[in-house]
Design a protein around this ligand. Structure first.
Ligand SMILES: [Zn+2]
Length: 333
């Protein structure tokens, strides 16, 4: 019997259900979830008038162990996998052929178009899962992960991948000044990734608790001018402030999103000052591997609050005001 968190009606509270999941079909595997992160994307889903499907299990990034496999599967029971926001794609378009499924016109997002990992188990296409590869020379992970490690790995498939991808999208070839706007689930990882890569990091957040988290992670208060910026909040004011702080020729990456967020920038600012605006949701496969390497080297330490499945319905509401420092991670075991 699997226990899952489900949304059954738009804008209503999620609740716990017990279901008997069917055996995996061809190309599918059954994953026992060890830890699943909860973030703003999950909250955004709960605010939609018409979610793409119902009932729906949220949860777009997690870590787990393959428990059963369908016919023809290449993953084996006992293998550890990362669940990422990518749930499926066409497999044949230019983006898919270039191993960049996030830009496939038919991409399906986990916890939105397909059930997410917020429960004890997840039935998923194996092509959408990432087998966890450890850095060379590292001892194999234990059969039962320590809770700290499980929680840390839960944020790798989405938040850390996005943080790494956003910093790489800045194309910084020498040590630079980088401003981070929003020290939340992704932002606090951007601060650490950028510092680990040798940059000087400045950070700001409207929330004092998250501001303090940024300072503990080595970020300085915003300086007068920066080479690059990562805006991890859908706030228009943060975006405009980032544009003002950038030097001519500077680069800006956006990762924060909300159903109602808007970009409102002076075109002249971008054109005359030669600013480059890019976005980041996940990165390349190399970015994911590089993020994992930083985690296993101890250079990135996610800030997480661990909770049980039963606490999810109430805790999801705490994400509403963007006020949570780090990530909430659910340990369903
Ligand atoms: Zn495609």
């Amino acid at each position: 019997m699997a226990r899952l968190v489900q949304l059954t009606r738009p804008k209503e509270a999620v609740h716990l259900v017990e279901v008997e999941l069917r055996a995996p079909l061809r190309g599918e595997v059954l994953v026992r979830v060890e830890a699943c992160a909860l973030g703003q994307l999950d909250w955004n889903l709960l605010t939609l008038d018409a979610p793409p499907r119902l009932p729906l299990v949220p949860g777009h990034e997690a870590v787990g162990v393959v428990e059963a496999v369908g016919p023809g599967a290449t993953l084996r029971p006992g293998e550890r996998v990362l669940v990422t926001p990518l749930a499926g794609s066409c497999g044949t378009c230019a983006a898919c052929r270039g191993h960049d499924a996030r830009h496939c016109p038919q991409v399906a997002w986990r916890g939105m178009h397909a059930d997410g990992a917020l429960g004890t188990h997840l039935l998923a296409a194996e092509s959408a899962l990432v087998a966890l590869e450890l850095p060379v020379g590292m001892a194999p992970l234990p059969e039962v992960l320590p809770v700290e490690l499980a929680a840390n790995l839960a944020v790798c498939g989405g938040s850390l991948w996005t943080a790494m991808g956003a910093v790489r999208a800045l194309h910084l070839v020498q040590p630079s000044k980088v401003a981070v706007f929003g020290v939340g689930g992704v932002g606090h990882l951007v601060v650490q990734v950028a510092r680990a890569l040798g940059h000087t990091v400045f950070a700001t957040d409207a929330d004092p608790e998250r501001m303090a988290l940024g300072a503990r992670l080595g970020a300085q208060p915003l300086g007068p001018q920066v080479d690059a910026a990562v805006v991890c909040t859908p706030s228009t004011q943060a975006l405009q402030q980032a544009v003002r702080l950038l030097r001519g020729g500077g680069r800006l990456a956006l990762t924060g999103t909300s159903p109602t967020g808007r970009v409102d920038l002076a075109v002249a600012d971008l054109v005359w000052r030669g600013l480059t605006l890019t976005t980041g949701l996940l990165g390349t496969r190399d970015d994911l591997d590089e993020g994992l390497a930083l985690l296993f080297a101890g250079k990135v330490q996610p800030s997480v609050e661990r909770i049980g499945l039963a606490e999810v319905p109430a805790k999801l509401w705490s994400l509403r005001d963007l006020g949570f420092p780090g990530r909430l991670v659910v340990l369903p075991g």
